[in-house]
Design a protein around this ligand. Sequence first.
Ligand code: SF4
Length: 77
Amino acid sequence: MGDRWRVEVDRSVCIGSGMCVGASPDGFRLDSARQSHPVAPEADGAEDVLAAAEGCPVEAIRITVAESGEAVFPPEE
Ligand code: SF4
């Protein structure tokens, strides 16, 4: 992939299912209120982070290319 990604979780949407942590244990963690946070706001693009975003049941995870702001997930319509 090669790009740096900016990863954000919309905590007003996150329902704390923990599926992102299961998909990407190094990418996400739940806080004491069971809200998901990216471990780092920017990271190298990685399949497990994308899988976590795709697997989130409420699409709370947004990934953009750090440099350009281009949408990675959800993809641009
Ligand atoms: S998978 Fe989505 S809803 Fe579940 S904890 Fe992660 S961000 Fe929140």
